[in-house]
Write a protein that binds this ligand. Structure first.
Ligand code: BES
Ligand code: MN
Ligand code: MN
Length: 463
């Protein structure tokens, strides 16, 4: 029997085990779910132990991180001379709200039309769990693994991943590996095997504007500075009408994609109007018209406001000039921007944009560096070949507009190339109500991962 046969024979059990994991509401940002997050970590640790991993443990990251959710670590290192794979995933999920928009409850996984609906179904419990089931299938078939593996699974990805960033930066011995594999991205189209080779980084900030000692009667308007008007003015200066970022020098570091990468993007099967309607649900696609859409989403930075806090938002009217206004705003960063440089330039620009009598502060909440993996990397080539075999179609290479903070850290601190083999789909409702995972992708994902690990075992280890 092959490992793929084993995976096929146990599809039903794999899916029902995933459901058990999805029932644990491991919402990392919510202190009320602290124990649930830990429960999810223990559950995964137990499962790693059960399928045959060794040195299974929770690693505390308290001290450096705001939430203190543990890392789950496990390894199996009995393939001397063979490469070592680092399998990364995250077990934390986004908050499920708004609850009334879910057709079935977020933590009661439900099958509908070939999909599994639940918070975390695809981001990232379902995808992370594929790694466990791929390893289980290899173990169960051969009694051993074709290569060395280490699991590192975090519980703070959705809140910036500070704990794991500190851990990786300390370069612990038990992260020695030749490559990393991450399933936390999407396929470009249903049935189209896809490897993601680039992610954007980000700085997530709070911009706080103060205009007076305390709120004032708006009869003083005309003389009194207004924090909200000032904040609106500052935010509006950051981009021009075409969406071009106006912060001086901030685009200097941006590296344009190579000609052949741009060419490969332009031949991806894509209908802009369908994307506009089904994914964006908007009247227009925006952005700098000098760049094609994929370059805008994958290789250009952004500035987006997420929310504005303060002032009077109650029922009816209140004539007040609010003294304080705060915006949550982030920038997505692309190669070769750095979080430190972007934060400095944004901060300077905000200060310079303050109208008279107003002061502003930019506070960093979390950051991530952008990342880019060369497509001719041998691990990437091997992954592409494995996916092409499993899915019966040529693998495509894309980047993603999203961020996975650890990818840049693994590259910079440990020199690890990341194979981003993801099986999400564009309509999976990540971070939104009715998140789902295509069940066929779950099963073929397991086959893809185990096929890749089998072929990676034949490649030369670096050290
Ligand atoms: N899995 C996503 C990132 C992603 C989504 C990559 C779709 C590619 C395609 C990840 O869990 C996520 O949501 N990341 C956050 C990171 C942030 C909290 C630092 C993001 O991109 O907003
Ligand atoms: Mn994710
Ligand atoms: Mn996410």
């Amino acid at each position: 029997m092959t490992a793929i046969d084993y995976a096929r024979q146990h599809q039903q059990r794999f899916l029902s085990e995933l459901k058990t994991l999805l029932r644990i509401p491991s919402v990392s940002t919510d202190p009320a779910h602290r124990d649930d997050v830990r429960h999810a970590a223990r559950h995964i640790a137990d499962e790693l132990q059960r399928i045959g991993l060794e040195n299974v443990r929770l690693i505390e990251t308290t001290g450096s991180s705001p939430t203190g959710h543990p890392l789950v670590y496990a390894d199996w290192l009995h393939a001397p001379g063979k490469p070592t794979a680092l399998l990364y995933g995250h077990y934390d999920v986004q908050p499920p709200e708004p609850l009334d928009e879910w057709l079935t409850p977020p933590f009661e996984p439900t099958e509908r039309d070939g999909n599994l609906y639940a918070r975390g179904a695809v981001d990232d419990k379902g995808q992370m769990f594929m790694h466990l089931k791929a390893i289980e299938s290899l173990f169960a078939t051969h009694g051993k693994l074709p290569l060395n593996v280490r699991f590192l699974i975090e519980g703070e990805e959705e809140v910036g991943g500070e704990g794991i960033a500190h851990y990786v930066a300390s370069r612990p011995d038990n992260l020695h590996a030749d490559f990393a594999i991450i399933s936390d991205t999407s396929m470009f189209a249903p049935g189209l095997p896809t490897l993601c080779v680039g992610l954007r980084g980000m700085i997530y900030t709070e911009i706080e504007v103060r205009s007076a000692r305390s709120d004032l009667h708006s009869g003083l308007g005309g003389a009194a500075p207004n924090s909200f008007n000032a904040l609106a003015h500052i935010l509006a200066r950051i981009k021009d009408a075409d969406g071009r970022i106006q912060i001086p020098g901030i685009l200097d570091a941006v590296v344009a994609p190579a000609a052949d990468e741009l060419r490969s993007w332009s031949s991806l099967p894509f209908d802009e109007d369908e994307f506009r309607q089904t994914v964006l649900g908007a009247q227009a696609i925006v952005g700098d018209p000098r760049f094609p859409l994929f370059e805008r989403m994958w290789a250009q930075p952004t500035f987006d406001v997420h929310g504005i806090i303060g002032g009077f938002t109650g029922v009816g009217a209140k004539t007040v000039i609010p003294a304080k206004a705060t915006a949550k705003a982030s920038m997505r960063l692309v190669p070769n921007m750095t979080a430190a440089d972007a934060l400095q330039r944004l901060t300077d620009f905000v200060h310079q944009s303050c109208p008279p009598g107003v002061s502003a502060e930019v506070r960093l909440i979390h950051s991530a560096e952008p990342s880019l993996i060369p497509v001719n990397n041998p691990w990437i080539r091997s992954a592409a070949a494995a996916m092409t075999t499993v899915w019966g179609r040529e693998t495509v290479f894309v980047r993603s507009g999203g961020s996975i903070p650890i990818v840049g850290d693994l590259q910079r601190h440990l020199g690890l190339p990341c194979v981003m083999m993801g099986f999400g789909l564009a309509d999976d409702n990540l971070h939104a109500p009715n998140e789902k995972f295509c069940i066929r992708n779950f099963h073929l994902g397991i086959e893809s991962i185990l096929s890749f690990l089998e072929s990676a075992a034949a490649l030369q280890a670096e050290a």
